[in-house]
Write a protein that binds this ligand. Structure first.
Ligand code: NAD
Length: 352
């Protein structure tokens, strides 16, 4: 891959590589855009098929963080890092986390690391032993998932409003894929607001807990969550790339709003497909921004109530983007345009 060429196509400012022979760490940090400020983004530990795959993942994820932070109204840019594992499921070590922390520190705060797939609050704490530029350990924001779930719930309210329905979950059925950190809490918010939840998870313990504690309905073996009758909102809260052409053709629900990153297989064509079908889609990087709002907000010195107000703003932002969808190819396009307009506004000095 021609790295500099790819960076200029995608608009990246900086990509840094590091290998630490003592701990075996191999890692990449990609800083996409710092127009609005330093850039916070998770550190992903993953076993990639190739170094090119790892590089493309970190380039793509860091670009997404730029739009997520900008659309959330944060004075933050976009960045992300990946740690390349030799084998799937390799156990994290303190030595690797500390080596990663030292790597993060070399960027002098332009990049702020946080939790992502394969990284726990303990891993963040070990990184933090080597640098101030880490969020998400127990003393610095902790687990952001309650804020992610609440932000997504707020985005759901805008979907209902945009559909011309009462913003009231009584009589609303939400189909949740994944009852983990974010999906379970989202299910609880929907149930507490009087809505029904039908859900699926590959982990039987997660399902049992949701049945016992929340009374969710679980899918029968022959049912497909994304094509169920009687569902109002589909909420992907497990994996990315779950909604593509095959699923979209069979979707019966009028709305989609979840916590997962990169819900659409191809945001351009699938976004357009949803718009053509009349399905309201809350763009994922807006609906799942609650967690980054929490961690970036605390890093920027916001108070708890300022963080809460920003998470509440997700409702208004989602509605603004959904209303602008008609002027764009899709809701996803409208969301990217919205984020880019905020970045441009940040670039231009404001006159009084
Ligand atoms: P999690 O690992 O806690 O939960 C994911 C759940 O999905 C697990 O219970 C898992 O068993 C289940 N699952 C996996 N594959 C499945 C499948 N094929 N069908 C049904 N269930 C399946 O993860 P999380 O923190 O809840 O994150 C979920 C998604 O939200 C991810 O895409 C993540 O990147 C995104 N996200 C999370 C946060 C956050 O604050 N945690 C913030 C932004 C985005």
């Amino acid at each position: 891959m021609k790295i500099l060429q790819q960076m200029s196509v995608m608009g990246h400012e900086r990509v840094a590589f590091h290998q630490d022979p003592e701990s075996g760490l191999r890692a990449i940090i990609a800083v996409h855009d710092t127009t609005l400020g330093n850039a916070l983004g998770g550190t992903r530990r993953w076993c990639y098929a190739s170094e090119s795959d790892a590089l493309m993942d970190v380039l793509r994820l860091s670009e997404g963080m730029t739009y997520k932070s900008a659309a959330a109204g944060l004075a933050m840019g976009g960045a992300k890092s990946v740690i390349l594992l030799d084998t799937p499921g390799q156990e994290p070590t303190e030595a690797q986390a500390r080596a990663m922390g030292r790597f993060v520190d070399t960027l002098g705060g332009a990049y702020i690391a946080a939790e992502d797939v394969g990284v726990s609050p303990q891993f963040c704490a070990w990184m933090r032993d080597e640098t101030d530029h880490v969020m998400g350990d127990a003393d610095h924001g902790g687990d952001p998932s309650p804020y992610t779930s609440l932000g997504c719930f707020n985005a759901m309210k805008s979907c209902l409003a945009h559909a011309g329905r009462p913003v009231d979950f009584a009589g609303v059925t939400v189909a949740i894929q994944g009852l983990g950190a974010t999906g379970f809490k989202l299910a609880r918010l929907v149930r507490e607001a009087g809505g029904d939840v039908v859900a699926t998870d590959v982990n039987p313990h997660a399902i049992k807990r949701a049945i016992d504690e929340l009374g969710v309905r679980v899918l029968a073996d022959d049912e497909d969550l994304f094509s169920l009758d009687g569902v109002d909102i589909i909420a992907p809260c497990a994996l990315g790339a779950v909604l593509g052409e095959d699923h979209i053709d069979h979707i019966k629900a009028p709305m989609i709003c979840g916590t997962a990153n990169n819900i659409l297989v191809d945001p351009d064509s699938d976004g357009q497909r949803l718009k053509d079908k009349g399905v309201i889609y809350a763009p994922d990087f807006i609906s799942n921004a609650g967690g980054v709002i929490r961690l970036a907000g605390l890093y920027l010195g916001m108070t708890e109530s300022e963080v809460d107000a920003k998470v509440a703003e997700i409702e208004a932002t989602t509605l603004e983007v959904l209303r602008a969808t008609n002027q764009h190819a899709s809701a996803y396009d409208a969301a990217v345009a919205f984020a880019k307009s905020r970045i441009e506004a940040g670039r231009t000095p404001q006159t009084a």
